[in-house]
Write a protein that binds this ligand. Structure first.
Ligand SMILES: NC(=O)c1ccc[n+]([C@@H]2O[C@H](COP(=O)([O-])OP(=O)(O)OC[C@H]3O[C@@H](n4cnc5c(N)ncnc54)[C@H](OP(=O)(O)O)[C@@H]3O)[C@@H](O)[C@H]2O)c1
Length: 305
């Protein structure tokens, strides 16, 4: 129990692998040697059986004794065995498999690196385009407070058949009071929904039509950025609609003066959803129904957070 332990010889992994390999090769060569001996004895037996014992003496293929073919087939099998031992197993053994595997792994890694590089490139392009978007949607000339003014239903409906859906006189009065003396920026369709330009306001109409002509004094531009640029001397220009222009202006406006009509309506034009992560409600006044107002509504002011 307390006697000295015999030291156990330690062999490292590489040595063990070499020994295992050598043993395998010895086994393969022994097998080949055995095959050779059996082939020799077998060949002699076939020759004796045919020539001495006369077995199948009359059976010939193309005038050649059958044992010649039997020996040739056996010889082919022996050569195949020989090839396996000295070529296939020697050069395509474990090391060869390992090397092939490493090559494949390296190839795959290379592909992964290329894909990664492609992704980084794509991200950079996307990031650049975001910056570009930001640069183009935030006009350089905007030195004033840009306000969106709109009346929208609970379901964000704002228009149907290029007309307003309701008539709320206090809402119109508020619109008049707020926009009086200012630039009012609008899409071509909203402009055309007016019987005539509104008094005491500078109309800026956005259209893609190069030859669009409007009444004298109406400024015609071909983009929202140009509209804001045209109103740069105004400390508080208003975006007055419609749906297409509101959608584009949401990203650049500083304020929203919303009249929320507390009902749902059928419409073909809608106001975009107001994201409360971006917009903060700063004022809210409720208005009941009465003889001149068929619907309840609230005046709500939002400012950009
Ligand atoms: N409830 C409210 O407070 C309120 C306020 C205003 C309007 N509305 C309603 O809204 C409806 C109209 O809105 P909508 O969306 O149909 O039309 P819109 O926004 O008034 O005008 C659209 C037109 O503006 C021009 N346009 C738009 N984006 C442009 C850009 N980036 N560059 C150059 N031109 C551009 C195009 O004109 P061209 O086709 O000439 O190129 C386009 O067809 C009507 O029903 C109206 O009554 C409601």
């Amino acid at each position: 129990m307390f006697g000295k332990k015999k030291p156990i010889p330690q062999i490292d992994k590489d040595q063990l692998e070499l020994i295992e390999n050598a043993q395998k090769r010895i086994k393969q060569k022994k097998g080949l040697y055995a095959h050779f001996v059996i082939f020799l004895i077998g060949a002699i037996f076939l020759i004796v059986a045919n020539t001495v014992l006369g077995i199948g003496k009359d059976f010939k293929i193309l005038e050649i004794d059958w044992f010649v073919f039997a020996i040739l087939i056996w010889l082919f099998l022996f050569v195949y065995h020989l090839f396996n031992v000295f070529v296939t197993n020697k050069f395509m053994g474990k090391d060869w498999e390992k090397a092939q595997l490493q090559k494949l792994v390296a190839k795959q890694q290379n592909r992964i690196e290329k894909l990664k590089a492609g992704l980084v490139k794509e991200e950079t392009i996307l990031a650049k385009s975001e910056v570009f978007k930001e640069e183009t949607t935030k006009p350089i000339n905007k030195g004033s407070e840009l306000t969106i003014i709109v009346a929208a239903a609970e379901n964000n409906a704002i228009g149907l058949g290029n007309k307003l859906i309701w008539h709320l006189s206090d809402d119109l009065k508020r619109f008049k009071a707020l926009t009086n003396g200012h630039h009012i920026i609008m899409g071509r369709k909203t402009f055309e929904s007016f019987p005539k330009p509104l008094p005491n306001r500078t109309h800026v109409v956005i259209t893609r039509q190069e030859d669009y002509s409007a009444h004298a004094g109406v400024i015609v531009v071909h983009s929202l950025e140009d509209a804001i640029d045209a109103a740069r001397k105004d400390s508080n220009p208003y975006i007055i609609g419609g749906g297409q222009i509101y959608k584009q202006a949401m990203a650049i406006a500083d304020k929203i003066e919303l009249t929320r009509v507390h009902e749902n309506f059928d419409a073909d034009t809608y106001f975009p959803e107001i994201d409360t992560n971006v917009w903060k409600e700063t004022a809210n006044t409720f208005h009941t129904k009465d003889e001149t107002h068929a619907h309840e509504f609230s005046f709500i002011t939002y400012t950009r957070k």
